[in-house]
Design a protein around this ligand. Structure first.
Ligand SMILES: Cc1ncc(C[n+]2csc(CCOP(=O)(O)OP(=O)(O)O)c2C)c(N)n1
Ligand code: SF4
Ligand SMILES: [Mg+2]
Length: 313
């Protein structure tokens, strides 16, 4: 192996979210971040989430080399296309494994993953649970519209009973999942709920999520005006509904209290349900890597490889 490859690809020495040393660059502006005109339908709730993401990046003065946006497949998952920055539009349901790999190998980056209810809770359901239990440091925003939008109206895991769609012409018979309960039960360390019709709240949740050292999950109601119009009117004061923030005395470190709040009937509560600190997979792996690197200190990569093969003899 060439001695050019002297550095280990595993970066154990980079503090999470480190500012770029000596950087005199200005943070990105909303204007710089805006890519091609989003191809979403006029009025789609996802526009609001995108605009608030731009606002977040601008407010936190992030530059291109400090963050990345990953998504699966779906209308909502087109998100990275519309962000003029590093990002990946990946495989349906597989945004989280991809985002986890980036997070673990590049702890200096803010890793944001985006997706829809189908992408996150149906085909990606296992990855959702496992990324949560591993407490990988990244922020996952799910734009839940209670339907498969891109494929033109199929029942999703959050569609309510009786919802008529192309897959359930007589009305959905399967009980919907509760994403908040699932996230808490799976072991997510930050679990919040918001709605795209309340921009200040979306931004506040994104900021808190991004500052969390662990897996931060935001369930964001985001209306599909094409295939599920009016789904969230009951949560929108402008449509005669109610936007109820979680009670001030709620203890976000109390798992049972968070779980109980999550069980409230729609429109339910909005805010941070659960927020605890627990060592991340990133920190644990970095510790192992540090120990291993200590053992092979001074050796070249090829010598480390040779030792490994010698041991296999
Ligand atoms: C492996 C695979 N299975 C199925 C599809 C078809 N497909 C594309 S998007 C989608 C569902 C998207 O729904 P959701 O994640 O809720 O996103 P939305 O469009 O509602 O934002 C499906 C089933 C696919 N692209 N890949
Ligand atoms: S089909 Fe629905 S989710 Fe997709 S862009 Fe249109 S309004 Fe948004
Ligand atoms: Mg959807």
């Amino acid at each position: 192996m060439s001695e050019m490859i002297a550095e280990s690809p595993v970066r154990v020495d980079v503090p999470a979210m480190a500012p770029v040393p000596g950087s005199e660059r200005k943070g990105l502006t909303k204007k710089e971040l805006a890519a091609d005109h989003p191809t979403w339908c006029p009025g789609c709730g996802d526009f609001s989430v995108l605009a608030l993401y731009f606002k977040l990046i601008e407010k936190r003065k992030l530059t291109h080399e400090q963050f990345v946006s990953i998504a699966g497949i779906g209308c909502s998952s087109r998100f990275p296309y519309f962000v003029q920055a590093h990002g990946v539009h990946f495989i349906h349901g597989r945004a989280l494994p991809f985002a986890s790999g980036i997070s673990l190998s590049r702890p200096d980056l803010h890793v944001f993953a985006f997706g829809g209810d189908g992408d996150a809770y149906s085909i990606g359901g296992n990855h959702f649970s496992h990324t949560a239990r591993k407490n990988v440091k990244l922020t996952y925003v799910v734009m839940d519209n209670w339907v498969y939008g891109l494929t033109k109206k199929q029942t999703s895991p959050t569609s309510p009973l009786g919802f008529k769609s192309k897959t359930d012409p007589w009305g959905a018979v399967d009980y919907p999942i509760n994403p908040m309960k699932q996230a808490i039960a799976a072991g997510a360390t930050f679990v919040a709920r918001t709605t795209s019709t309340n921009p200040n709240h979306v931004l506040a949740m994104m900021e808190a999520a991004m500052d969390h050292d662990g897996f931060s999950f935001i369930e964001c109601l985001s209306e599909c005006v094409e295939f599920y119009e009016g789904a969230f009117d009951a949560a929108n004061p402008r449509k005669g509904g109610m936007f109820k923030e979680i009670p001030k005395d709620h203890d976000a470190t109390d798992e049972t209290a968070a779980y109980q709040l999550a069980g409230t009937d729609f429109p339910g509560y909005f805010g941070i349900f659960y927020n605890i600190n627990k060592p991340t997979k990133n920190a644990k792996e970095a510790e192992i890597n540090r120990g291993m690197m200590e053992k092979v200190k001074g050796l070249k990569d090829w010598q480390i490889l040779q030792k490994t093969f010698d041991r296999l003899k």
